[in-house]
Design a protein around this ligand. Structure first.
Ligand SMILES: Nc1ncnc2c1ncn2[C@@H]1O[C@H](COP(=O)(O)OP(=O)(O)OP(=O)(O)O)[C@@H](O)[C@H]1O
Length: 472
């Protein structure tokens, strides 16, 4: 293995024998003609990729796609059924909570235990203890058995130990998700430092915006297979598309993709984008990738209309699930009316990872012409553009259709909202249609981080100098 490669995984598979009944295992073992009572289940199938020294690589995929199995094989916790794994240098791993720690030992004792496992002497660990405690910041709990720790405290200590021991390879399985936001920021700062010191990081996470932000390349696993290996942005894009469309789940194994050289230097590589609404000329998309698979969406309420199509594109009209703060996303949605409607109202609700409603707006809240007196069976299409001045993260969205009496619609600006509600009938509401992600617009605004909090609000600031005050 060449010097610049830290991890090489070649044709890795992990097969489990699954039995329908517990007794089948015994029947199989005792059968005189070796009759098979099991079927093979591939937790991993023929996975290959390599991680360079100093590179941060993400591993993404749905629940059960094989991410933890992969990390466990790389760290030696599991043995593969076939294929090889080569890892160069000292490996430090943060697998599931509690792994590698003795629950009966205090935090302090566990620090030394981990140091011992990593091959450090007691004296060497004594020199590192203060830095570990400062980073973990769990106070006197360090003298308590770790079984009494909250998951957040545990991960603070585990991350601190795992990263302070100068690993050549750091492997993290979802561990950071339990830390609070400030701790996660500290962790990512630490990961940056490790990267500069040439540590390779393999990061399993469901937080795809973190993959986009911190990883150069990513592996997208689906049912144990590598559907994509290469540029991190593209891996996340494919993950989003495959999540909602069966059509995109072709096997693509792009080792050495030419896009992998799109290195993340902390700055997003952006194509010039049109971010104003004024000349929006986005047509109803043709590309199938624009649309979500709403047939499998279980969360539909209302029988006044059927939601037939929902799509999402960028401001150029290209199918898109990954945006940068400030980008415009254009939602396309179509309903087929099941009853006569005076004036239709369509709208979108955006929710963040904590399921907090971030933004909701319907067509009645815009100064837009609306069609009137539509018959049952009519199909109506909406095209709604939203400027994503939002915090980085993953978002879900829901779509609804209502109807309102024409007279109330005409007088909506003068009517109290409670009164307006009386003239409104909900026809169809489809929850959790899909997801999209938003990454920080590093380096494209006036400052690196354009705002703090969950959304940017329109505003302005002015600064005035008052007359200088001389103190007696
Ligand atoms: N010991 C086992 N016997 C049989 N099947 C197993 C075993 N361990 C894991 N699996 C299966 O292997 C598949 C991959 O599991 P794995 O834990 O690697 O997925 P994952 O991508 O890490 O999921 P998650 O995101 O939920 O953590 C799953 O379908 C799981 O049920």
């Amino acid at each position: 293995m060449s010097n610049d490669i830290a991890i090489r995984v070649e044709n890795l598979s992990k097969v489990y024998k699954l039995y329908n009944h517990p007794t089948d295992r015994l029947k199989e073992a005792l059968h005189p003609f070796n009759k098979k009572y099991h079927h093979d289940f591939y937790a991993l199938k023929d996975v290959s990729f390599e991680v360079k020294r100093g590179e941060t690589v993400g591993v993404i995929g749905k629940n059960g796609s094989g991410k933890s199995t992969l990390l466990k094989i790389i760290t030696g916790v599991l043995t593969p059924s076939s294929g090889t794994v080569n890892v160069k240098g000292r490996v430090s791993a943060l697998l599931e909570l509690g792994a590698g720690f003795n629950p009966e030992y205090t935090g302090m004792e566990n620090i030394f235990l981990q140091g011992f496992i990593m091959g450090y002497t007691r004296e060497e660990m004594e020199q590192k203890v203060e830095a570990i405690l400062t980073f973990a910041d769990i106070g006197d709990f360090i003298y308590q058995p770790v079984k009494s720790y909250s998951s957040g405290m545990f991960v603070r200590l585990a991350f601190s130990v795992a990263t302070i021991v100068d690993p050549d390879v750091l492997i993290i399985d979802e561990a950071l998700a339990v830390g609070d936001v400030f701790f996660r920021q500290k962790c990512f700062d630490r990961l940056e430092t490790l990267k500069q010191n040439n540590t390779s990081v393999l990061l399993v996470t469901h937080a795809t915006h973190e993959v986009r932000q911190f990883c150069q390349r990513a592996l997208f696993l689906d049912h144990g297979q590598a559907l994509f290996w290469g540029n991190a942005d593209e891996a996340v894009q494919r993950y989003y598309f495959s999540e909602h469309q069966q059509s995109s789940s072709k096997k693509v194994n792009q080792i050495g993709s030419n896009k992998e050289e799109t290195k993340r230097t902390g700055k997003q590589q952006k194509a010039p984008k049109e971010n104003s609404f004024s000349n929006q000329k986005v047509q109803w998309p043709i590309a199938q990738e624009a649309f979500f698979n709403i047939v499998s969406s279980p969360d539909t309420i209302g029988d006044g209309a059927i939601c037939t199509t929902v799509g999402l594109c960028n401001s150029q009209g290209d199918p898109c699930r990954m945006f940068v703060q400030g980008d415009i996303g254009v939602f396309f949605y179509e309903f087929e009316l099941q009853r006569d409607v005076e004036v239709p109202i369509g709208g979108i609700l955006l929710f963040n990872e904590k399921n907090i409603l971030i933004h909701g707006k319907n067509s009645m809240q815009f100064d837009t012409e609306a069609p009137k007196n539509l018959k049952a069976g009519t199909k109506i299409r909406f095209r709604q553009a939203i400027k994503f001045d939002l915090a980085s993260g993953e978002y879900t969205f829901s779509i609804g259709l209502a109807s309102i009496e024409e007279e109330a619609f005409q007088q909506r600006s003068q009517m109290h909202s409670a009164l307006l509600e009386q003239y409104r009938t909900n026809l169809c509401y489809v929850r959790n249609i899909g997801t999209f992600s938003i990454a920080i617009s590093l380096g494209v605004g006036i400052t690196e981080i354009p705002f703090h909090g969950i959304c940017d609000l329109p505003g302005e600031v002015c600064i005035e100098v008052q007359a200088h005050r001389f103190w007696a």
